[in-house]
Design a protein around this ligand. Structure first.
Ligand code: NAI
Length: 277
């Protein structure tokens, strides 16, 4: 099975995991629209896609997923140009890292605004046309394994947004299925990308007054581990999951014990009850 005749829209599609997803969908005959706010990433990605022979299968648009008015006009444009999109990949996200006791409102607004708000805006802007065109389709939301376990570092705001994305996807799945739209949530572990540069996605008004300036500076120097997963491999997993309408896409097994411990700790704190839903 392929995506022939289908149009996909991938936010944060110009780098890292998003670009891996773009390649996998384009290789399987989709037409893919990359939506990203970094124009340098867009031009680099378009060059790479052209030299991979995928130039005819992709287009790129500049979009900040936190900008609701811009997202609404982008949705109108996708409707006019393609009769609506078929596959929505809400993948744009930012690393937001710092001690919770140092967090200020700008840090919350930046982290939740992109990592949760960007997904919300994608659904609000794009789902109406995906339902109206009647062809069915699929939504992929990028969360993280940080949504399922406490990871090392200072990730409270990041994990809160990602946990919301995981729960959102689980809870919306039945309603979307009723309209012929599948849903998947991608929970990656460590993947090679440019996420350490996420401070560059932070708008000036949310940079001012941030309590995370020092930790974001440290994050920007972080070396990407050579053993981290290739984003192209993640892209292939996502393309497979869409075709199989698989809910969970879990890239790494390293946190399985911690995931189990968490589930068991929740159950251990739960009263025994005869009546079960
Ligand atoms: P990346 O930084 O390489 O790619 C993210 C892209 O999203 C960038 O091109 C960036 O410009 C774009 N972006 C950021 N904010 C945006 C906005 N407001 N509007 C439009 N575009 C925006 O990072 P990566 O790692 O590929 O991240 C993709 C997703 O995967 C994110 O949601 C991230 O949280 C998630 N993730 C990444 C992991 C990793 O190890 N790399 C692990 C778990 C989750």
């Amino acid at each position: 099975e392929t995506f022939a005749g289908r149009t996909a829209f991938v936010t944060g599609g110009a780098s890292g995991i998003g670009l891996g997803i773009v390649k996998a969908l384009a290789r399987r005959d989709a037409f893919v629209v990359i939506a990203d706010m970094r124009t340098d990433h867009i031009s680099r990605a378009l060059k790479a896609l052209a030299s991979a022979g995928l130039g005819e299968s992709v287009a790129a648009v500049e979009l900040d997923v936190t900008d609701r008015a811009a997202y609404a006009s982008m949705a109108r444009r996708m409707d006019e140009e393609f009769g609506g999109i078929d596959v929505l990949v809400n993948n744009a996200g930012v690393g937001v890292e710092g001690p919770i006791l140092q967090a200020t409102y700008p840090d919350w607004d930046f982290g939740l605004g992109v990592n949760l708000g960007g997904v919300v805006n994608g659904l609000q802007a794009m789902l109406p046309q995906m339902i109206a065109h009647g062809r069915g389709g699929h939504v992929v939301n990028t969360a993280s394994l940080a949504a399922t376990v406490v990871m090392p570092g200072h990730l409270a705001i990041y994990a809160a947004g990602k946990a919301a994305v995981l729960n959102l996807t689980e809870n919306m799945r039945a309603d979307l299925a009723g309209r012929g739209i599948g849903s998947s949530v991608l929970c990656p572990g460590f993947v090679r990308s440019n996420i350490h540069e996420a401070a560059r996605n932070r708008p000036a008004h949310l940079r001012e007054g941030s309590g995370f300036a020092a930790s974001e500076q440290a994050l920007s120097m972080r070396e990407t581990g050579s053993e981290w997963m290739d984003p192209d491999a993640v892209g292939e997993m996502v393309a497979d999951a869409i075709l199989a309408d698989q809910l969970y896409v879990i890239t790494h097994g390293e946190f399985a014990n911690r995931m189990r411990e968490r589930a068991e700790a929740l159950l251990a704190a739960t009263p025994v009850c005869e009546m079960q839903f």
